[in-house]
Design a binder for this molecule. Structure first.
Ligand SMILES: Nc1ncnc2c1ncn2[C@@H]1O[C@H](COP(=O)(O)OP(=O)(O)OP(=O)(O)O)[C@@H](O)[C@H]1O
Length: 582
């Protein structure tokens, strides 16, 4: 934990917003209650330690009345302790779920805000696996932050309460060695301090390699899980290629790394457990050994010895806090770093959308055309891709964009959609215009078919009649009876059916601008032609821009723009309007 200070600063930066949020009163109230109970529990420990002296003295003196009253006292105090312990855990869990709920909602909001999630991908994998960040990491962060802070508070207050008691007991039971009495003020406190510091240093020396090995374990486990998910996602391809044997071998190699690292963890844990178990057992008898000479020299009573042992073990365990949470601290630091990286990734994505050196998308009040002004697209690494300056997509016109594979056609669409920031120039889009992009592989959220079609509108926006009618027009009448069925539609429907479903979505939403990026490429030519005729008929006012490789598409577009090589990049060439055959 060399860099504890920056870690603590990061913890503060990640935690503080919750306690200033709209949920701050609930959060602060629960935290105050949890802290108050923690302090009360330390107070009860002090009472029990003092009770030890009275109880064992009563035993030694064979005093029945005191024995009975001390048992009653103990029962009352312990009952209060039980109630406090139950509510401490209950309120702690309540705070955890509220805090986690707030953090998850905030991260989800920031991540899904205006294509931040997409820009984060474009910037590389500084914040890989956002799913892990928003599930395990947020959960662990809240849990560990609360438990470590409360543990630390408990240790400090315990130390403060018991050091005073132990100091007084040191004077009552002075150190006896070989028949000699030594008057060392607070010697029991010093002994506890030396014992704990020694234990902490040794724990660190034995345990520090665990920090790195634990971190690596999370990595190899995540790698194994990620590759299993990839197999699941591509199961059809793997089955068609009979790649099962190859996959099994690759997965077993990855799992081999999990096992190998686990063996390293086992070895190291064995050593540290051997040490901490010995240390903890020695802690039980150590205070008795220290005060036994005074007891046998009849300087203190049995009660005094029991109280000393209890006070000593409280001080020693408070001082040994670091040993108890050693592994939690290492894990906490890794979680804090990952959440910090995630927040930095979101901030960088937001910055990317706002920096001056980017493609500007502006709202215009003009004649309904989309105008590309001095537009030059680049790759994320700065390599020039397309010069798209001067293109105007006129209102109601249907334009076909063609060009070689990799020339930047889809990237041009991304820029118009406002999610591709790399480049210069501007794109002006009529204010309030409704746009829809249909890719080759449309996305359908899992759930009801109705929700998948209506997406991104809320489920229930369109009536069954509207959806059924659109499905019928798009050539999928059989699906009209399955609107309430739940499924993974990207997996169960053929690519051609998915493309028809994408067009159903467009027919329902009737956007003013529709961009089709090879959105009918999986259909045979007659079906493709029928769907384009349908679009012409049902969306007559919609400006349509298509990307496609088939020459048959020419017939449905009034204009053809092609991307042609111009030195190291591509440039737009406005071809002559094609003759309409429909
Ligand atoms: N996120 C990215 N990072 C780096 N390079 C990218 C990224 N996205 C696209 N590219 C590159 O930009 C170039 C243009 O890609 P784009 O998808 O626009 O081509 P396209 O003309 O639509 O091709 P196709 O006809 O094959 O669909 C390609 O060389 C591609 O590798």
């Amino acid at each position: 934990m060399n860099n504890l200070r920056p870690t603590l600063a990061t913890v503060w930066r990640i935690s503080a917003p919750y306690f200033r949020s709209e949920d701050k009163w609930a959060g602060r109230g629960l935290l105050a209650a949890v802290i108050a109970i923690e302090l009360a529990i330390v107070g009860i420990n002090v009472l029990i330690t003092q009770w030890n002296a009275r109880f064992y003295n009563a035993l030694q003196d064979r005093n029945w009345d005191t024995f009975v009253s001390e048992i009653i006292y103990f029962s009352v105090v312990v009952s209060i302790f039980i109630v406090l312990a139950v509510y401490q855990l209950y309120l702690n869990q309540w705070l955890q779920i509220r805090w986690r709920q707030w953090m998850t909602a905030r991260y989800l909001g920031d991540w899904l805000h205006q294509a931040n999630h997409y820009r984060m991908q474009l910037q590389g994998d500084a914040a890989d696996n956002p799913d892990q960040r928003m599930t395990d990491d947020v959960k662990l962060f809240v849990d560990r932050t609360l438990n470590i802070s409360l543990g630390l508070l408990n240790s400090i207050v315990t130390l403060a309460s018991f050091v005073v008691m132990l100091w007084g007991l040191s004077n009552a039971a002075p150190l006896h060695l070989f028949g000699q009495e030594y008057a060392i003020p607070g010697y029991l406190v010093w002994c506890a301090l030396i014992y704990s510091v020694l234990g902490t240093v040794l724990t660190h020396l034995i345990g520090w390699p665990l920090v790195g090995i634990d971190f690596r374990q999370q990595q190899v486990e995540a790698d194994f899980r990620f590759n299993l998910v990839r197999v699941r996602e591509n199961s059809e391809q793997i089955a068609l290629l009979h790649g099962e044997q190859a996959e099994r071998e690759r997965l077993l190699v990855r799992f081999g790394r999990v096992v190998e690292n686990w063996l390293a963890i086992m070895n190291r844990t064995k050593k540290i457990t051997a040490f901490t178990a010995s240390y903890n057992q020695a802690s039980v008898v150590f205070p008795y050994i220290l005060v036994a000479p005074a007891y046998f020299a009849e300087k203190i009573q049995l009660g005094g010895m029991m109280q000393t042992a209890s006070a000593f073990s409280n001080v020693q365990s408070a001082l040994s806090f670091f040993i108890t949470i050693y592994r939690q601290l290492a894990e906490w630091q890794a979680v804090v770093n990952r959440l910090d990286g995630f927040e930095a990734g979101i901030a960088a994505a937001r910055e990317l959308a706002q920096q001056s050196d980017r493609i500007h998308v502006v709202a215009s009040q003009g004649d309904g055309a989309i105008d590309l002004k001095e537009l030059a697209l680049r790759l994320p690494n700065g390599t020039p891709l397309v010069n798209a300056s001067g293109l105007s997509l006129r209102k109601g016109e249907r334009t076909l964009v063609t060009g070689p594979s990799g020339s930047g056609k889809s990237t041009l669409f991304r820029a118009i959609a406002g999610i591709w920031p790399f480049g210069t120039g501007s794109i002006s889009i009529p204010a309030g215009a409704t746009m829809m992009m249909l890719p080759q592989r449309p996305y359908f959220p899992t759930g009801s078919l109705r929700g998948a079609i209506e997406y991104p509108a809320k489920e229930g926006t369109f009536t069954d009649g509207q959806i059924g009618g659109a499905l019928e027009q798009a050539g999928l009448p059989r699906l009209a009876s399955q609107l309430d069925e739940h499924g993974h539609w990207n997996r169960t429907l053929s690519l051609g059916e998915q493309q028809r479903l994408g067009l159903t979505r467009a027919l329902l939403h009737t956007p003013q601008y529709l961009f089709l990026d090879e959105a009918t490429a999986s259909l045979d030519e007659p079906s493709e032609a029928a769907l384009y005729q349908l679009l012409e008929k049902k969306l007559p006012a919609t400006t349509i821009v298509s990307i496609g490789h088939r020459s048959t598409l020419d017939a449905f577009h009034q204009r053809n723009v092609s991307l042609v090589r111009d030195g190291e990049r591509f440039a737009l060439r406005d071809e002559k309007p094609t003759a309409r055959t429909t």
